[in-house]
Design a protein around this ligand. Sequence first.
Ligand code: UDP
Length: 236
Amino acid sequence: MEKQELLYEGKAKKVYATRDPERLIVSYKDDATAFNGLKKGTIRGKGAINNQMSNLLMARLEKEGVPTHLVEELNDRETLVKRVSIVPLEVIVRNIAAGSFSKRYGVEEGVVFEQPTFELSYKNDGLGDPLLNDDHAVALGLASREELALIRKYALAVNRVLGEIWRACGIILVDFKVEFGRLGDGTIVLADEISPDTCRLWDAETQEKLDKDRFRRDLGNVEGAYQEMARRLMGK
Ligand code: UDP
């Protein structure tokens, strides 16, 4: 399958059409942004790592009953995916307090929850991705009740599966963000990516941060953290 015209260029990925209207090619970039685009940079090797890691994790999720957009990895940086229309929600599951949760509720980073939390933000950069609940999402016409119930079920399944995978690598899954899309027939599938850009991942022994927080917070050795995550998961 060959790339045709560029349909969309986002912060970390480019999306190309193919000759098949039901298939797109995603190309992962080394570019990184944070704080709604205010902070910009490059993380060398990130595109290839995120592409391969996301594909490995999505393939595992498929086996565990979570449908995804994945079709096949084409090369280091590029993957063939099913065309979806993205549900404009950032779906966040948390196991440990961190980031915006800690800030919003005045809870120290690292407090472990008894149960995971599920939350939704409206994916809208102009509004700063505001938090919303199911009623708000329905009122805004972003998703139906049935879709929201399915999204919640899938997101919690993703948390269980990813939590186990990372635990086996000596990594704690603190929280993550996923996005869902609708296929042509309306089927909800997991889309976008799962990577150190979209998850908080801490070393189980040292609590060292091995994710995009190293970039956001200028902690240094950002490339090293991505490489370490690739090594732990894929042995390279
Ligand atoms: N996240 C993301 N994209 C976003 C916002 C958050 O991938 O636009 C991820 C982030 O990496 C973390 C989780 O979602 O793993 C929860 O992020 P949080 O709400 O704490 O926001 P942040 O502190 O990153 O702004």
